[in-house]
Design a protein around this ligand. Structure first.
Ligand SMILES: Nc1nc2c(c(=O)[nH]1)N[C@H]1C(S)=C(S)[C@@H](COP(=O)(O)OP(=O)(O)OC[C@H]3O[C@@H](n4cnc5c(N)ncnc54)[C@H](O)[C@@H]3O)O[C@H]1N2
Ligand code: MOO
Length: 417
């Protein structure tokens, strides 16, 4: 009689004699091997949110362009010494956009409003709340430093200086900065086109009838939405069954329409794992066995020159692999700098014994300053992805985490979601 293999109670145990690529090594390889594929184009600022700068942007003008008042009040030449002060007022006033056309003599003051250019003879402003006036003169108490309540020309940005560098993904704040320094259009990369397809005979579309053994395709809507959040152009390539010819055809079409392809399912080495088999056939395939949980099998290959991320089918693994590996990789293809997600060390409110030899990502969220993790680590537990607001990253080594111990929490937002 054939002896059954010994039972394993941990399906993630690392097989002996296999080289598992540590996460950092896998990331270093991606960083080293990938470079921009997206074309550059010129766009008005209004179209530039989330786009990647293809050229350094130089400030055309300083911000602020001229010295101006930070408050509504009265301007004069500082400093002012301690004690009661009285200054006669000059006729007229300086307002934002309506400068005072003239000079303010020494020991005189002028009415000035926030944002107004400082007239000649003025370098210091006193808040109107600190002043009494009869309309002809002002009285207040010193001391006041020279330059108080005034903004120097170019104190924020100097004209001619670098405003933003190539590789920057433009934020709302960046659009403000570029506008302020007189930049109306930018050279950016075209949005990376990312094809998304699901594989597996068991999949049907939500809204369709589902027979026994069938499940609704959850990965594709998730991945298309993630791609959009990353600032790329999602290209929906639908579902394809466990049929090699159909999959080959779909990959052909995806490589014509997109710069990069994300598939989910069929990434490991089972009988129906056609993605990895086809990429293998195409000859430019790397089956990455990454020392990570979840997301161990990640098939990477080139299909007619288009990079393919063969993500694992389990939705939790598909999402984690996309956040940890595919996103920074796609960022490079899109022309962006390498993106390291910002994490925060916060006290755990859970206990966990972690095995050595692999990095682990847990679905997590922060409540009352403490990091909670989802009750199950099951890779098919989609509700946990939705419950979570980020991931806890546990380093490769062994660890016994007790309540109160610091753990690294990475909010979804740090991954661009
Ligand atoms: N003998 C072994 N079996 C498995 C291993 C292993 O090392 N040895 N690894 C397991 C791990 S870990 C993962 S992750 C999966 C990855 O396998 P595949 O990428 O080949 O994925 P599938 O087998 O096609 O699917 C896995 C699972 O996910 C469901 N799925 C697939 N696509 C979708 C979708 N679009 N929406 C929702 N759910 C989806 C699928 O029905 C399966 O239940 O392999 C393990 N097995
Ligand atoms: O690690 Mo698999 O990648 O659980 O879901």
């Amino acid at each position: 009689m054939i002896k059954p293999p010994p039972l394993r109670n941990d399906c993630f145990a690392l097989p002996a004699g296999v080289n598992w690529t540590p996460v950092d090594a896998a990331l270093a390889l991606l960083r080293d091997r990938l470079s921009v594929v997206a074309q550059a184009e010129t766009q008005p600022l209004a179209q530039a949110l989330g786009r990647v700068l293809a050229q350094d942007v130089i400030a055309r003008r300083s911000n602020p362009p001229q010295a101006n008042s930070a408050v509504d009040g009265y301007g004069f030449a500082g400093p002012v010494s301690e004690g009661a002060q009285a200054l006669p007022l000059v006729q007229g006033r300086a307002a934002a956009g309506v400068p005072f056309d003239g000079a303010v003599p020494a020991r005189h003051a002028i009415r000035i409003l926030t944002g107004a250019a400082l007239p000649e003879g003025v370098d210091t402003v006193i808040l109107q709340e600190d002043v009494t006036t009869d309309g002809n003169q002002i009285a207040f108490h010193g001391p006041l430093k020279q330059g108080a309540n005034a903004r120097r020309a170019g104190e924020d940005v100097q004209g001619g200086d670098l405003a933003l560098a190539t590789g920057r993904v433009l934020t709302a704040a960046d659009l403000a900065l570029l506008s302020a320094v007189g930049v109306a259009q930018v050279t950016v990369r075209q949005r990376l086109r990312v094809a998304v397809m699901s594989t597996g005979d068991e999949l049907v579309e939500p809204g369709q009838g589902a027979g026994p053994g069938q499940i609704f395709d959850a990965n594709r809507p998730m991945l298309l939405a993630m791609v959009q959040r990353f600032g790329f152009l999602p290209v929906d390539m639908g579902r394809v069954g466990d049929d090699r010819a159909a999959l080959r055809d779909r990959l052909d079409r995806a490589s014509e329409r997109a710069d990069v392809i994300l598939t989910s399912g069929g990434a490991s080495a089972g009988d129906e794992d056609h993605v990895s088999a086809l990429l293998q056939e195409a000859g430019a395939m790397q089956q990455w066995r990454i020392a990570v949980k979840p997301g161990r099998p990640l098939a990477l290959g080139l299909w007619s020159g288009t990079p393919v991320f063969g993500l694992p089918g389990n939705p939790v693994a598909a999402m984690v692999c996309t956040l940890v590996f595919a996103r920074p990789a796609m960022g490079l293809l899109a022309g962006a700098d390498w993106q390291e997600p910002q994490g925060f060390d916060l006290p755990a409110c859970f206990e966990k014994r972690k095995k050595p030899g692999r990095r682990e990502y847990l679905r997590a969220r922060v409540r009352g300053g403490l990091v909670e993790v989802f009750a199950s680590e099951g890779s098919g537990r989609i509700s946990g992805l939705s419950w979570a607001e980020g991931l806890v990253e546990l380093e490769d080594g062994e660890r016994h985490i007790r309540p109160g111990d610091p753990v690294r929490f990475i909010p979804y937002g740090s991954f661009g979601l």
